[in-house]
Design a binder for this molecule. Structure first.
Ligand code: SAM
Ligand code: SF4
Length: 371
């Protein structure tokens, strides 16, 4: 395969074909091995099993830490991947050992073909014939109408975002008065058979840091798992301020005033560290991407709604799948997708550099990357 240098702020070209590509191969390969059916191992030994697929950059909310209130530069409609294109990429990814597809955005439930996307992804199989898991991160607003169809289509897990229980605060934070709709979505998920249902809350100083205990109690009362997220420099407006971020340490210190916290061992590649509340069974999680990065165990890749592969939320390099999908130079499109997946994995750095003074925030906001 052609060597792909990691370059700041541009899309990488399609890697040239090599003789062995496209031929199905047995699993268990060493890092750098190529061919559909081989695991996606990066140069630091991390095996990739999770693909986050952003279905749109559009959203029904305008969370301050994610999108600007107005003037967002939307992705061109013509560049948004069709369901056939998404499934084509995902089929190769599944053959290469991806076992979890998480649908995100923007707001994934705004896609009118969302049930078809879930159904077709849920039907994919891995190299050993085993099934895959299809999960979703959503603001929850359209869940009451859509959840039964999504579950029937094969959705296995759902995460819903909820930063506050106060209506005025919610309206200010998301610039939309939709708290009741989100709560109805959470109720629908809690009443469904899906487990665990997880809630995501971004903790922000002076915004919701006086609500941390109430949010956890809300999760306990609704039999769902809450995870706090440290705010990351991924807002479209590039206004992230380290001092407004509430750290994992602060979150745990606050929660410890109400519960005895016991860390749950065996986190694996999961982004959230978890703590038992008063010995369990309820837990709380913290995704401490800034103060306690978990890059060493990262097994995630991302596909943006406009067909860009990314190896990290914070990467400034993208691997453009659109030419491979729409104007393939190589008649074997699957081999081209496989090459792109491997180039993306190969370019993955050992960790993000948020805490490096030279850190450069990606040009895309979180809504266009896919959280
Ligand atoms: N619209 C859906 C939602 O809000 O759940 C899915 C997309 S959203 C980008 C995915 C997750 O990213 C949400 O839980 C959201 O809170 C989180 N998020 C967005 N911007 C963030 C930021 N700057 N720092 C930390 N988390 C962020
Ligand atoms: Fe929309 Fe999710 Fe971003 Fe909020 S965090 S603006 S709900 S994409």
């Amino acid at each position: 395969m052609t060597a792909i240098p990691v370059t700041i702020g541009r899309r990488m070209p399609v890697p040239a074909a090599s003789g062995s590509l496209g031929a199905p191969a047995a699993p268990g390969a060493a890092p750098g091995a190529v061919g559909v059916g081989l695991p996606l191992v990066d140069s630091h030994g991390r095996v990739h099993r999770d693909l986050r697929i952003s279905l749109t950059d559009r959203c029904s909310l305008r969370c301050t830490y994610c999108m600007p209130e107005q003037g967002n530069e939307w992705l061109a409609k013509s560049s948004i991947l069709t369901v056939d294109e998404i499934v084509r990429v995902a089929r190769v990814a599944a053959a290469d050992g991806i076992t979890t597809f998480r649908l995100t955005g923007g707001e994934p439930l705004l896609r009118t073909d969302i049930v078809e996307v879930v159904a077709r992804l849920a039907g994919l199989t891995g190299p050993d014939g085993g099934g895959v898991e299809v999960a979703m991160t959503t603001n929850g607003i359209r869940l009451p109408q859509l959840l039964p169809g999504l579950i029937a289509a094969g959705l296995s897990r759902v995460n819903i975002s909820l930063d506050t229980l106060d209506r005025d605060r919610f309206a200010a934070l998301t610039r939309r008065d939709r708290l009741e709709d989100v709560l109805a979505g959470i109720a629908a998920a809690a009443a469904s058979g899906l487990r665990p249902v997880k809630l995501n809350a971004v903790a922000m100083r002076g915004v919701n840091d006086d609500e941390l205990v109430q949010l956890v109690q809300f999760a306990i009362d609704h039999d769902v798992q809450l995870r706090f997220i440290e705010q990351m420099p991924l807002d479209a407006g590039h206004t992230w301020d380290r001092d407004r971020m509430v750290t994992q340490h602060e979150i745990l210190t606050t929660l410890a005033t109400r519960w005895t916290l016991t860390e749950v061992p065996g986190r694996g590649g999961a982004p959230a560290a978890r703590w038992l509340l008063d010995g369990g069974p309820h837990t709380v999680g913290v995704i401490a991407s800034v103060t306690a990065p978990f890059c060493g165990d990262c097994d995630r890749l991302r596909l943006t709604a406009d067909g860009q592969l990314r190896n990290c939320l914070f990467s400034t390099t993208e691997y453009d799948l659109l030419p491979t999908l729409r104007t393939p130079a190589d008649p074997s499109v699957d081999a081209g997708i496989d090459r792109m997946l491997r180039a993306c994995v190969k370019g993955k750095l050992p960790g993000h550099a948020i805490n490096d003074p030279a850190f450069l925030q990606p040009a895309r906001g979180m809504n266009a990357i896919g959280g």
